[in-house]
Design a protein around this ligand. Structure first.
Ligand code: TYD
Length: 136
């Protein structure tokens, strides 16, 4: 898979004077069934998260509050996404090195994932990632 398989997805937004509503349906708005949701919050200024790839996991990343950047890297090229709206998310396909930085204070990053947590699905070593990309 390459960077071109990743993309920004705009979610439905039901605008209402009482407050907006957005929803995500696995297999409909995003190209996988949702098996897990996790979120990053209380991220201190200057902190980076991520710095790994997943062998098989599909993910969808939404900024629920505040803002942050996510950099995706398929081993050949990189792209920086600035996330600051809760009705946009970025679909991250498998075998994509990623890190998140530039978290604003109070920001919340929610991630929907295609499988339960599995440490054996991680590639945490950048050289190992580059070797795996070269071999594929
Ligand atoms: P990790 O995915 O490594 O986050 P980051 O790359 O941003 O540091 O997760 C951090 C820790 O949390 C790691 O010990 C694994 C654990 N974890 C779970 O137990 N379940 C989960 O669903 C996730 C995402 C992480």
């Amino acid at each position: 898979m390459s960077l071109s398989d990743c993309r920004v997805i705009e979610l439905p937004k039901i605008a209402d004077a009482r407050g907006n509503l957005t929803f995500v349906e696995g297999g409909n708005h995003i190209p996988f069934d949702i098996k897990r949701v996790y979120y990053l919050y209380d991220v201190p200024g200057g902190a980076d998260r991520g710095e790994h790839a997943h062998k098989a996991l599909h993910q969808f990343v939404i900024c629920m509050s505040g803002s942050f950047d996510m950099v995706l890297d398929d081993g050949f090229e990189t792209q920086r996404f600035h996330l600051n709206r809760s009705y946009f998310g970025v679909y991250v396909c498998p075998m994509m090195w990623r890190y998140l930085d530039n978290f604003s204070s109070g920001s919340v990053c929610m991630v929907m994932a295609s499988a339960p947590y599995d440490e054996s699905d991680y590639i945490r070593d950048r050289a190992e990632f580059i070797s795996a990309v070269a071999a594929s």
